[in-house]
Design a binder for this molecule. Structure first.
Ligand SMILES: NC(=O)c1ccc[n+]([C@@H]2O[C@H](COP(=O)([O-])OP(=O)(O)OC[C@H]3O[C@@H](n4cnc5c(N)ncnc54)[C@H](O)[C@@H]3O)[C@@H](O)[C@H]2O)c1
Length: 509
């Protein structure tokens, strides 16, 4: 069992955002009676209204029961005045702990501690929620306020109990003993912090302690970055929220703390250390001059409604993710559009190539056809006769090379097996047709005008001619329109046999 004197009654001086939060955790978690003092009755009534709404919200969220709420309501009372007797009621001397949460102005706090040091018994802990002011100085002030015999004891009950904002949610208190603080005071303060359901850390009495020695210079730097126009308030805060996983950016946090408090803390750091690196930002000072001290004033780096809700909301994580998704989607669509465009171009090129190939092929075929027609007409022209019975291209195997043969080498039409020819008109005196023994220069008398001694010198042997005897005979029979001698009057050499039509004028001399 603990030998520490229990804490049952607490007085809080200052009913601002911190004083009210401390009253809440004291009454709800530590279950102690709380008297909350503030010179402003309007501040007190808003504080009590807020207190009731916090309790109702907790009941609605099943964090506490209705009877917890009733008990918590009955534990807290508001008192007009600073508690020192300067105005309104003084703090009762049966209070176990006084927690001061008035503005971060050294002279104000020193004055209060001096008065409380003389007013309250040395068993009452005098705690300060200061963010930066020397606890040792406050302890000295409390000692100075007491009688000379009580001075040491009065100073030894002073300690820093530094809660964080918003108090109901933040899980930490920093405990800062002054040089004069007794061990018992330290232990009782720590026990009370834990009773309020907070983790406890301890810092020596150094400007800013742990938290604000680090946090406030960072906030001050963030304000300087804004002041220099390096980035907008939103971009500074978004950088910290998304780049460093801070729950809120430094400027939004400054608005929450209060720019007046930030300026006061920064001034303490600057004055106490004498180090120019703590020089408060000019913009911070100007904003405090303007009364734009943040959330509690409705305007700071951002603007707020009467309930402290942000009117200018920074992009939430979900919104940023949505923006990222949209950007990625737009990029993908652009890529796909580019691919479609490339495919269209490729397709058009292929189509053009195809059309070109088709045209070239058509031209080639046309060229071939006209070459064939040219050859045909050349044969006709050269012969001076109408060789209408000559098979047309496509209906027989015309050998265009042979037809291109100069007329001094008369053209031959060499049938391939199966080729049939219309009969040669026996009345055509200019036309010779029949079988020619190319090697012997003999034209058999198969046409209407048999030529006994044609000067046909077949320099070439038609490689196509590979006609079997019987087939040749059939062909000849059909060509002349009547049966021919069997065997023909010459010995057919299938490899040296030509059949065709020649202009007799050319071959008859
Ligand atoms: N705001 C924060 O985030 C934060 C966090 C931790 C600690 N603190 C510290 O808590 C203390 C209070 O800060 P706050 O943000 O609650 O300030 P606040 O301005 O919200 O509240 C200060 C209250 O003190 C009252 N007051 C003024 N002069 C008084 C006097 N002489 N006697 C009694 N009451 C007086 C005011 O009416 C006001 O209600 C400061 O020391 C501050 O450094 C603040």
């Amino acid at each position: 069992m603990s030998s520490l004197a229990p804490i049952r009654k607490v007085a809080i001086v200052g009913a601002g955002q911190m004083g009210l939060g401390i009253a809440y955790v004291s009454a709800v978690h530590a279950r102690v009676h709380v008297a909350i003092h503030d010179p402003s009755s309007s501040v007190l009534s808003s504080a009590m209204e807020l207190y009731r709404s916090l309790l109702s919200r907790d009941v609605a969220k099943s964090r506490i029961t209705q009877s917890d709420e009733d008990a918590a309501l009955s534990r807290v009372k508001s008192v007009v005045g600073d508690g020192s007797g300067q105005s309104g009621e003084t703090i009762k001397d049966d209070v176990d702990v006084v927690i001061e949460a008035i503005p971060e102005i050294p002279d104000l706090k020193l004055g209060l501690f001096k008065k409380l040091g003389g007013l309250l018994p040395s068993s009452t802990i005098l705690a300060s929620n200061t963010s930066s002011i020397s606890i040792t100085k406050l302890a000295a002030a409390a000692g100075n306020g007491a009688s000379s015999e009580e001075r040491k004891a009065s100073a030894s009950r002073v300690i820093g109990i530094h809660y964080f904002n918003p108090v109901p949610q933040m899980k930490l208190v920093e405990i800062i003993p002054a040089l004069q603080t007794s061990q018992e005071t330290i232990e009782r303060a720590k026990a009370f912090g834990r009773a309020c359901k907070k983790e406890v850390t301890t810092s020596t009495d150094s400007p800013g302690f742990i938290a604000n020695a680090i946090l406030m210079p960072m906030i001050n730097e963030a304000i300087m970055v804004l002041e220099k126009g390096i980035a907008s308030a939103e971009d500074i805060d978004t950088t910290f929220r998304l780049g460093m996983a801070h729950p809120m950016g430094p400027l939004a946090l400054a608005d929450l703390i209060g720019l007046d408090t930030c300026l006061n803390i920064q001034k303490v750091l600057h004055n106490e250390t004498g180090d120019s690196k703590y020089r408060p930002s000019g913009l911070l000072s100007r904003m405090v001059d303007a009364g734009w001290v943040g959330r509690k004033a409705g305007k700071g780096f951002y603007e707020y409604d009467a309930k402290g809700g942000r009117l200018t909301i920074p992009p939430s994580r979900a919104l940023v993710q949505q923006r990222d998704y949209r950007a990625r989607k737009a990029e993908k669509i652009a890529q796909l559009q580019q691919t479609v465009e490339e495919l269209r171009e490729e397709n058009a090129a292929l189509k053009a190539e195809l059309v070109d190939m088709k045209n070239r092929e058509n031209a080639r075929l046309k060229g071939e056809q006209s070459a064939d027609i040219a050859v045909d007409s050349r044969v006709n022209d050269a012969s001076g006769s109408n060789f209408s019975h000559i098979p047309q291209p496509g209906t027989s195997q015309l050998d265009s090379d042979r037809l291109n043969t100069p007329l001094s080498n008369p053209p031959f039409i060499s049938p391939l097996p199966g080729t049939t020819f219309p009969p040669i008109d026996p009345g055509d005196t200019n036309c010779c047709g029949g079988l020619f023994d190319c090697s012997s220069s003999t034209v058999t008398g198969l046409g209407a005008n048999s030529i006994s001694n044609p000067q046909i010198k077949a320099d070439t042997v038609d490689p196509y001619i590979n006609i079997q005897h019987r087939h040749v005979q059939d062909t000849v029979e059909r060509s002349v329109g009547h049966p021919v001698d069997d065997p023909p009057p010459f010995q057919l050499d299938p490899t040296k046999c030509c059949y065709g039509l020649v202009d007799c004028d050319l071959v008859a001399e």
